[in-house]
Ligand binder design. Structure first.
Ligand code: FAD
Length: 206
């Protein structure tokens, strides 16, 4: 999770799983599965009763492509979640929208974003013409520890940490050029909500 949450939170998540008996084979990969055994690239073999392949998702773009919609690693939509074809909307995992907070065109694979975009797209289908300005949010639950994340930061030049990550009591602020793009937290819900509100206000004032 280092890529999304930074090295400190990545280390914490790994340590938490290790405490629960998980063994990581970092920088290794499964090259073959035979019966109840997974063969590793490094040469080792793991016995397994069950193999779960968590290898990411691939968007089903065929329908959008046939319909001639503009595609850019997802279906491109405008601030109203309308695709390049008037009257056709896209929401959720498949939609790449102009995010007013980061100033970038982003695509996010998370529940709450999909739910909120579904609502916004439905309102716009009914003619309300509301721009989608919600701050992206997701949570990631590890045993009894929830990590909350608001905003969107694909990269950052400063990561400010308040509290203690390993003590499960922290706020991490991902900043670029002094601006907070995203905030991750553990058991600091009020500060997470305050950060979300600040991001909403920043866009409303722009
Ligand atoms: C293993 C896993 C864990 C996750 N954990 C989290 C988490 O902890 N927190 C979080 O925020 N998010 C999580 N997510 C992401 C979250 O599930 C997705 O962001 C969310 O479900 C996206 O909703 P959606 O409606 O955009 O897409 P989907 O839920 O994928 O729905 C798309 C639907 O369209 C259907 N479809 C596709 N093509 C066609 C077609 N041509 N015609 C008709 N129907 C079609 C599909 O069958 C599917 O039912 C997780 C995802 C996975 C896979």
């Amino acid at each position: 999770m280092e890529k999304i949450l930074g090295p400190q939170m990545g280390d914490f998540v790994r340590a938490l799983h290790e405490e629960h008996g998980v063994v990581f084979h970092l920088e290794d990969t499964v090259v073959a599965v035979a019966g109840k055994q997974a063969k590793l690239k490094s040469g080792g073999v793991l016995d397994a009763d069950l193999i779960v392949a968590g290898v990411g998702v691939r968007l089903r773009l065929a329908l959008a492509e046939v319909a001639g919609l503009t595609i850019d690693r997802g279906v491109v939509v405008d601030a109203y979640l309308e695709t390049s074809a008037p009257g056709i909307f896209a929401a959720g995992d498949i939609a790449r929208w102009p995010d007013p907070h980061s100033g970038e065109s982003i695509r996010v694979e998370h529940w709450v974003v999909a739910e909120r975009q579904g609502q916004a797209a439905a309102l716009n289908m009914l003619g309300l013409r509301e721009t989608f300005t919600a701050v992206p949010f997701f949570w990631s639950q590890h045993y009894d520890v929830p990590i909350n994340y608001v905003g969107h930061a694909e990269s950052w030049d400063d990561l400010a940490i308040e509290g203690d990550v390993m003590a499960k009591d922290c706020v991490l602020r991902f900043k670029r050029k002094g601006r907070t793009l995203a905030v991750a937290s553990i058991y600091r819900d009020t500060e997470s909500l305050e950060a979300e509100l600040a991001m909403e206000r920043e866009v409303a004032a722009a």
